[in-house]
Design a protein around this ligand. Structure first.
Ligand SMILES: *[C@@H]1O[C@H](CO)[C@@H](O)[C@H](O)[C@H]1NC(C)=O
Ligand SMILES: *[C@@H]1O[C@H](CO)[C@@H](O)[C@H](O)[C@H]1NC(C)=O
Ligand SMILES: *[C@@H]1O[C@H](CO)[C@@H](O)[C@H](O)[C@H]1NC(C)=O
Ligand SMILES: *[C@@H]1O[C@H](CO)[C@@H](O)[C@H](O)[C@H]1NC(C)=O
Ligand SMILES: *[C@@H]1O[C@H](CO)[C@@H](O)[C@H](O)[C@H]1NC(C)=O
Ligand SMILES: *[C@@H]1O[C@H](CO)[C@@H](O)[C@H](O)[C@H]1NC(C)=O
Ligand SMILES: *[C@@H]1O[C@H](CO)[C@@H](O)[C@H](O)[C@H]1NC(C)=O
Length: 481
């Protein structure tokens, strides 16, 4: 009898202790804070941390895919008809972008580096070789014609030169030439007048195996929330986790693979250097990437809205007062005056008029939006796809007969999808971390649960003790066995 009640009371006391400690642990939030601080300790750019290695050499493969628009009716377009295009792609490049010349500064609170990007063609992930032909607007010619349209003498000279070489508003070049550069006859002829002119044209000309200058990042040592945030780019201060901008996007894009612990109401900034302005992305929905839960962020339509909806976009009205509609940004100032207009692929989220103006545009959210999927607890980017279209504004220029009767239209040339997806090994590792964290975070609740069970057992045994003598005597053998 003595031993028995001793056991019963031990169970009772344990139950109460478990309940109390469980409740205290829940209220003090110790375990979530503990796992959080472990994450924070890892989230710093320091020689030796995993985060540093991932930042220096992103483990997930990055692919840059191009989809060109082959113009099918050039003669009719010169007669004023609506352009018809056929999407052709992808032409895929593996993008390597290690951080180089890494240099820690200010006691390890900042780190300077250049981001050298190299593109290697992936034939097996492409629809054809880089030698396939694409017919589109003759961008150097369009640029030159726009530049000299108000100088009759030069316009005349250039126009007769173009006639003599059979150059027109549209031209056919290989994928490789359009992207990485070709010597243009018209530019070469102009070079005799302007010796400093570059006679090679390409949308990504000079971008392979090169960098866009020095970035200085915060390491996150002072505040983990600043991890990998860009402090300065070529000496200029910014406010961004992303080392990219709309102009750079023609030249190539660039982004961090990591963002600190993130909440749904946060705003992700993407840096826009030449335009002195930040783009941003907002939480959109919960998604799952390779079994790992994530928050999906995407730029809202206001980012590309016209200046009446978003006054911040008035800066894209160049020359001053010359505003385009929603969904397109005029970036000619940072493309040496080339009439280049950026948008989402297929004019997704742009004014309906742009979609209607070109036969063959089919905007689709899933296919054409820019996305960033982030694991909220660690801030690891599980998946990202930056999608952008390069268009050229064409119009009839009276001083150039080459433009015929063409109607003013924003003609799509190519769109790109620069994407990365977490590799299987990293996803599996992250999955393990999440399970561990779930177990750790639930320890207090396990204490409470166990306390309740033991409490139940205790009460059951106590009631047994209290039953009348007679029946208790009958059950004695059972209890003591
Ligand atoms: C990191 O440490 C390794 C080995 O200790 C060293 O070789 C390397 O130069 C260091 N890197 C930087 C950026 O300090
Ligand atoms: C770096 O740390 C040392 C010692 O902790 C301190 O004396 C010095 O002022 C710090 N320098 C900077 C740039 O923070
Ligand atoms: C880029 O440069 C690398 C090395 O310099 C080369 O292997 C690769 O073929 C180049 N890519 C293109 C598209 O020219
Ligand atoms: C694009 O159109 C041109 C002209 O019709 C044609 O020669 C070329 O083969 C087309 N390109 C592809 C990749 O189909
Ligand atoms: C993009 O490339 C051109 C050369 O093709 C260069 O002049 C320009 O500065 C580059 N823009 C950026 C932002 O790097
Ligand atoms: C801007 O967009 C809004 C909504 O799409 C439209 O009502 C307005 O007319 C547009 N303004 C200009 C100047 O295009
Ligand atoms: C990139 O986006 C295009 C559509 O915009 C899609 O067809 C393609 O599969 C995407 N590439 C990757 C690697 O996700």
């Amino acid at each position: 009898m003595q031993l028995k009640s001793c056991w019963i009371y031990t169970i009772g006391v344990s139950s109460i202790l478990l309940l109390i400690s469980g409740i205290v642990l829940v209220l003090s939030n110790v375990f979530p804070l503990l796992t959080q601080s472990l994450v924070e300790k890892e989230v710093v750019l320091k020689n030796g941390t995993e985060a540093f290695e991932a930042w220096k050499d992103p483990p997930a493969p990055i692919y840059m895919q191009f989809y060109f628009f082959n113009l099918t009716n050039p003669l009719e377009v010169l007669d004023g008809e609506r352009p018809a295009v056929l999407e052709i792609g992808p032409y895929t490049y593996r993008e390597y972008r290690p951080m180089e010349q890494v240099d820690f500064q200010d006691n390890g609170t900042k780190v300077a580096a250049v981001n050298t990007k190299t593109y290697v063609f992936q034939r097996n992930m492409s629809r054809g070789p880089e030698s396939e032909l694409i017919r589109t607007v003759n961008i150097p010619a369009m640029t030159v014609m726009e530049q000299f349209k108000d100088q009759p003498l030069m316009a005349n000279l250039i126009s007769s030169y173009m006639r003599s070489t059979d150059e027109g508003l549209f031209s056919t070049h290989t994928v490789g030439e359009l992207l990485w550069g070709y010597e243009d006859a018209l530019l070469k002829a102009l070079k005799t007048l302007k010796p400093d002119l570059d006679d090679v044209f390409g949308l990504f000309y000079k971008n392979n195996a090169s960098n866009d200058g020095q970035y200085v990042f915060f390491t996150g040592q002072q505040n983990y929330k600043d991890f990998a945030r860009v402090d300065t780019w070529n000496g200029d201060r910014t406010l961004s986790w992303w080392t990219s901008d709309e102009c750079n996007m023609i030249n190539g894009t660039n982004g961090a693979s990591f963002h600190p612990v993130i909440a749904k109401n946060e705003t992700l900034y993407m840096f826009s250097s030449d335009l002195c302005r930040s783009l941003y992305a907002l939480y959109e929905e919960d998604v799952t990437v390779k079994g790992v839960p994530a928050y999906r962020f995407s730029p809202p339509s206001e980012v590309f809205a016209n200046h009446t909806v978003n006054p911040a976009n008035a800066g894209f009205c160049v020359p001053i007062g010359n505003c385009l509609g929603s969904g397109v940004l005029n970036v000619s100032p940072c493309k040496q005056g080339a009439p280049i207009v950026m948008s989402s692929p297929h004019f997704y989220q742009a004014d309906e008029k742009y979609v209607q103006d070109v036969f063959g545009m089919r905007p689709q959210k899933e296919q054409h939006q820019t996305i960033i999927d982030i694991h909220p607890l660690t801030g690891i980017i599980l998946q990202a796809a930056k999608r952008l279209q390069v268009n050229v504004f064409i119009e009839k220029i009276p001083s150039f007969s080459e433009t015929g009767n063409v109607r003013a239209v924003t003609l799509p040339v190519v769109y790109l999808n620069e994407s990365a997806l977490i590799d299987d090994a990293s996803a599996a590792k992250l999955h393990k971390v999440i399970v561990q964290q779930n177990v750790v975070v639930n320890i207090p609740f396990m204490f409470i649960g166990l306390g309740i069970i033991l409490g139940g057992v205790f009460m059951f045994l106590m009631c047994r003790q209290k039953v009348p003598e007679s029946s208790a005597a009958e059950r004695q053998p059972l209890l003591s066995s």
